[in-house]
Each structure stands twice: as structure tokens, then as C-alpha cells.
Design a protein around this ligand. Structure first.
Ligand SMILES: [Zn+2]
Ligand SMILES: [Zn+2]
Length: 157
């Protein structure tokens, strides 16, 4: 948790207690319920950026809204996040999302939910572009020198 942004510190629980929150049983129960509600038949969820399917242990849940985080004091918490307040991300893209969110005050002025959704969309587009560039490059390398394609006659035999 090296990169909680200033707006998060203002709006949400303070930084040390937020770390405690994430280690709390209440949060792990909430996380589990979120997963149960969103898991595919294969028992995975998709990263909102790279769309890779991941098992429960491999993803982070990013908070789009902290209003469901209830600090009861004495180290006790209630996790009342709505499903739509949480976004599944692989660790790598969760880090990337925070790096971008934290780097630009413009995002902060947008509100956490909107900023998170827009940053995720930017990262998703960048990721898709990189994948496409990679596919194009390997396609060129893998294509036969003569650009061979089965002709109608070849396919018929
Ligand atoms: Zn990802
Ligand atoms: Zn996050």
C-alpha cells in the first residue's frame, strides 16, 4: 500500500487504518462475496484492464467508493461496499491504475469513481494496443515467405 493518493486520505479512512481495514476479516468476507457474485463458471474474474481471467487469490479489489467502509472503532470495521463500488484488477494493473491516478491532480478533481473508471479505460486501450502491436509483429514473423494461402483447389482435396 505505498501509493494511496491524497484524495483517498482525505475522503476515506486514514492511511494506517486503511491498511488495517484491508487486513480485517470483515473486508475478506466482503471480498469473498464479491468474488462469488462475479465469478464465471470457471471460477475466475476478469481484470478490468487486461481482461485476463484470474482466480480469487490473484486479484485486487479497487475501491471506486469508500462510503461502504464503516469504521466502528477499536479496530473493528463493517464492509458494506456495494458491488459496483469495487473493481477487480490484477496486481500489476492495480499498481498501474494507482500510479496514473496519483500522478495527475486532474483525475482527483473528477471524483474517485469517475477517475478510476476513466483511468481503467485509458489503461485498457493502451493494453489492447500493445497486444495488437505484438500480434501484428508476430504475425509478420510467422507468415510464410510466399504469403501462402490455401487455394480453392487445395482446400477441396
Ligand atoms: Zn490486468
Ligand atoms: Zn485501489
Amino acid at each position: 500500500m505505498s501509493s494511496l493518493n491524497p484524495s483517498l486520505r482525505r475522503a476515506g479512512p486514514s492511511r494506517p487504518s486503511y491498511g488495517a481495514y484491508l487486513a480485517n476479516r470483515s473486508w475478506w468476507g466482503r471480498r469473498r462475496r464479491w468474488f462469488a457474485a462475479h465469478a464465471s463458471a470457471e471460477g475466475t474474474v476478469e481484470c478490468a484492464v487486461c481482461l485476463r481471467a484470474m482466480p480469487e487469490r490473484a486479484f485486487d479489489l479497487h475501491h471506486l467508493d469508500y462510503s461502504g467502509v464503516v469504521d466502528l472503532g477499536m479496530g473493528k470495521w463493517q464492509s458494506r461496499e456495494r458491488d459496483e463500488d469495487l473493481m477487480a484488477l490484477c496486481r500489476r494493473h492495480h499498481d498501474d491504475l494507482h500510479a496514473l491516478l496519483d500522478s495527475d491532480r486532474g483525475w482527483a478533481s473528477m471524483g474517485r469513481r469517475q477517475a478510476s473508471l476513466e483511468v481503467a479505460a485509458v489503461l485498457r486501450a493502451e493494453f489492447a494496443e500493445r497486444v495488437q502491436a505484438y500480434l501484428d509483429a508476430t504475425d509478420t514473423l510467422a507468415a510464410p515467405a510466399d504469403g501462402h494461402r490455401a487455394t480453392a483447389e487445395e482446400r477441396d482435396v
